[in-house]
Design a protein around this ligand. Structure first.
Ligand code: SF4
Ligand code: SF4
Length: 447
């Protein structure tokens, strides 16, 4: 299908003819807000790449509506255009009409998951990743141990040197793999870290899934920064993956099940805030309500949880830094994480924290709030598009002349680190918490 710019407003009576219902359905109240103005188009990475209406936010919304009305088949063409969306939500920020595009695309993906049969290998891979691996911490740990053997035994170096990965078309994807930690953060679940000095706040740390096997150092830096600033940090046992990757892929039954566990775990005690250093997780955690019917008990729990949920940069910027900060004579640039700036509307907090470090000069990057191409599992499923978007990003990052790129999400860290290697920019990529950790006295953070 070549979706052309729509010409007519949709009416409430024309909607809801597909027979889908419940929280996994696109709702008229959401797509009816689109006035087809097209102001979002030039903010959309896929539209900018290909110039196709069908791969723009307006075109995708139109297709979602047509499927909803039963006027377009929920078939291969529709699936392709929806799959090619990064779910970066830049279109939400650009939209003058308040269209919550993220809600729409995730509901459309849920319909695809429920009503469309993907090719065999795609089904196999999705079933393994979203249903059999990510929900289970022990399986994540086992898979990570196997990956670590591959990375540290010399096998990885051999596979790269011999070109074997190119033979199987895996070279680009392999480059994006996270380096696996020697010791996993899972062993810290259940611990409480006391504040330095007077307690200003008591917070729970959300630790994620893959982050627990590849971002242990980031979690430790986050805890050091929080405790140095007077926070008691509890890492509740029993917490599980937030379900963001599954939700972005339309596998919402899995996200719902994970959400029930996390709601139970994090609402057991009263915290001043639940914090995360992963913007992608935070965005989904703050939107757990969308997974449940308005009259379901979990909906009310999710609303309570949302009132506590904070990105760690947002929380610290509001609390105010109290720890003494060393001078770091550094020029840095900041890459917005889409799910922080567009999903959670947090733009200033990380910049405020970076600027609060004496000696640090923040050189703004052109199009800093434009996706880096990571987008959850997009860099694995749509690798060539992801790398094309990354190439643009690295041009802007290099042009700042900053030797350090700071960001606020593990997915962006991995993607930007791959970008610095692929494009030989020689830049270092760190999380805001790691930069702050250096300023409070750990100069080699995150190592
Ligand atoms: S979420 Fe991103 S890629 Fe998808 S339509 Fe919006 S701007 Fe384009
Ligand atoms: S900017 Fe908003 S209202 Fe305009 S076409 Fe895009 S989604 Fe629709």
């Amino acid at each position: 299908m070549s979706a052309s710019a729509p010409t007519a407003q949709l009416t409430a009576t024309s909607a809801h003819s597909s027979g889908f219902s419940g929280p996994d359905q696109p709702h008229y109240e959401d797509y009816g807000k689109c006035i087809h103005c097209g102001l979002c188009l030039n903010h959309c990475p896929t539209y900018k790449l290909w110039g196709l209406e069908a791969d723009s936010p307006r075109g995708r919304i139109r297709q979602i509506v047509l499927v909803e009305q039963g006027r377009l088949a929920l078939g291969e063409t529709f699936v392709r255009h929806i799959d090619q969306c990064l779910d970066c939500r830049a279109c939400e920020t650009a939209c003058p009409s308040g269209v919550e595009y993220g809600k729409l695309v995730e509901a459309a993906r849920a319909q695809i998951e429920q009503h469309y049969r993907r090719p065999f290998f795609s089904r196999l891979a999705r079933d393994f990743a979203f249903r059999r691996l990510l929900p289970y911490p022990q399986r994540i740990a086992l898979a990570a141990r196997l990956l670590r053997i591959y990375q540290s035994s010399g096998l990885q170096a051999l596979a790269r040197a011999t070109g074997a990965l190119h033979l199987f078309g895996l070279a680009d994807r392999e480059r994006l793999l996270p380096a696996i930690d020697g010791e996993f953060f899972f062993s810290r679940l259940g611990r409480t870290y006391p504040p330095a000095g007077h307690r200003r706040a008591r917070v729970a740390l959300f630790a994620g899934c893959v982050a627990q096997v590849s971002f242990t150092a980031l979690h430790e830096a986050t805890i050091r920064v929080l405790t140095a600033n007077g926070c008691e940090v509890v890492v509740p046992a029993g917490q599980v993956c937030c379900g963001a990757l599954a939700a972005h892929a339309g596998v919402r039954d899995v996200t719902r099940s994970l959400a029930r566990t996390n709601l139970e775990v994090f609402l057991r005690e009263d915290f001043d805030a639940v914090v995360t250093n992963a913007a992608g997780c935070g965005s989904t955690l703050k939107e757990y309500e969308l997974l449940f019917d308005a009259n379901a008990p979990e909906h009310a729990q999710a609303a309570r949880f949302r009132s506590k949920m904070r990105d760690v940069t947002e929380f610290l910027a509001d609390l105010g830094l109290s720890a003494p900060l060393a001078t770091l004579p550094l020029r840095v640039t900041y890459q917005d994480s889409c799910h922080l700036v567009h999903g959670q509307k947090v733009r200033e907090a990380p910049r405020k924290l970076i600027r609060s470090i004496p000696g640090v000069e923040l050189a703004e990057m052109a199009m800093a709030d434009y996706c880096c191409g990571s987008a959850g599992s997009y860099n694995v499923t749509e690798t060539s598009t992801s790398l094309a978007i990354l190439a643009e990003k690295m041009k802007h990052a290099r042009a700042t002349g900053a030797p350090i790129i700071v960001t606020a999400n593990p997915g962006c860290l991995l993607q930007m680190r791959a970008g610095t290697q692929i494009h030989s920019t020689g830049q270092e990529v760190v999380h805001v918490m790691e930069l702050l950790d250096r300023a409070i006295g750990n100069p080699t953070s995150p190592r």
